[in-house]
Ligand binder design. Sequence first.
Ligand code: KMT
Ligand code: NI
Length: 178
Amino acid sequence: VIEAWFMDESSSDQRLPHRLEPNQPVSLQELQKIGVFYWKLNADIYESDPELQKIREDRGYSYMDIITIHPDKLPNYEDKLKMFYEEHLHLDDEIRYILEGRAYFDVRDQNDRWIRIAMTKGDLITLPAGIYHRFTLDETNYTKAMRLFVGEPVWKAYNRPADEFEIRQKYVQSLKCR
Ligand code: KMT
Ligand code: NI
């Protein structure tokens, strides 16, 4: 299963775990309530995995590419990492599948608290359109991830505040009906 926890308020290195003391875990069920969904897959066979194929077909994830995030492998690494860690939303779901390494996705819960989701090899996650979130590597500084998308990908991120978007209002509304 996936591990998630409420974050502390410390402004130290974003790559550190930032757990509260004592740790305050967040369950998969709580993540589902804010529209975050999760699968565990076998990343060793991602090129021919029928389970991944099925998810892609069922959910219409026609597009995919693979991004390697590491100082030596990603052009403009520092800028991109900084950008990924700005609190933002997208007009579409963000779907990521970790093939190697590790990373953190931080999402805001219904009370605007940060939840940190620890992603490791084999974790596939979907963040709903309109949720405020951000991304960082951990201290190992390396991840290889598959990016999935319904149709032609749109990577545009809107930094907070972006409350005027209809998709944001739709998302906020959806939190009330769960
Ligand atoms: C995003 O929009 O938050 C990202 O694309 C994060 C990096 S992809 C592993
Ligand atoms: Ni994003």
